[in-house]
Design a protein around this ligand. Sequence first.
Ligand SMILES: *Cc1c(COP(=O)(O)O)cnc(C)c1O
Length: 226
Amino acid sequence: MSIANNLKNIKKEIDSLSVALIAVSKTKPNADILEAYQAGQRIFGENQVQELSQKHNTLPKDIEWHLIGHLQSNKVKYIAPFISLIHSVDSLKLLKEINKEGAKNKRKINCLLQIYIADEDTKYGLGFDEAIELLSHPDYQQMQHIRIVGLMGIATNTDKQSQLKEEFYELKTFFKGIKQSFFKNDAGFKEISMGMSADYKLAIEQGSTMVRIGSHIFGNRDYKPE
Ligand SMILES: *Cc1c(COP(=O)(O)O)cnc(C)c1O
C-alpha cells in the first residue's frame, strides 16, 4: 500500500467523526512527507526538536507542525517561532519556558498537558494530582503567551483491549473534570489527543479528538522511538 492510500483509508474512517489526524513522520524522509502532503495531509507530528526544525526549514510552509515527544526546556527556543501545537507539556518549568519564548516571538503557543495514563514507568507525563497542581499555580495564571487547549495521553503498549479502553476512558473522564474546574468558559479547551496506529479506533470510541498515527501511514520505522 502507498502512503496516499493508507491516508485515504484512515481518513475514510475518521473524517465523519471530526477527529483530527496527526501524521507522525518521525524518522521518515522528506520524500515520504511530501507524498502525504500531496495527498492532502497538512498536519505532521515529530518527536525530536532537531529533526522537526530541519523538516520545517525544508518542507512547504503551510504544514502545521506538532511536537509529540518529550521536550527539554532548553530546546523550546528552536520551535517557538513556528510550532502549531505542543502535545507533551509535562511540567510547570517547561510551560514557563514556552511562555517566555512565546513572548519573544509575540505569539500564544498552543499546548496540551501530557497526562500519565499507562501502566509503565518509562513514559513521561503528569499524574492527575500534578496536573491539577499546575493549573492551580499562580505562575500559570499569569502566563499570557501559552494557551492550554486540552490533554494528551499515551496508553500502555499492550494488546489487551480492556486495559486500553480503561486508560482512554480515564483520560476522557479526567478531561471532563478539568474542563469543569478550570476551563468552564473556555471553548478553546476541547482537545483529547489519544490513539496511535495500534489503538486509534478504540481511542476514538472513548472520545479522542486527535489521533497520532505513524506506522499505519508511513510503514514501520527502522528504530524504536524513545
Ligand atoms: C511515535 C509516536 C506515535 C505514532 O506511533 P505509531 O504506532 O507509529 O502510530 C504517536 N504518539 C507518540 C507520542 C509517538 O511518539
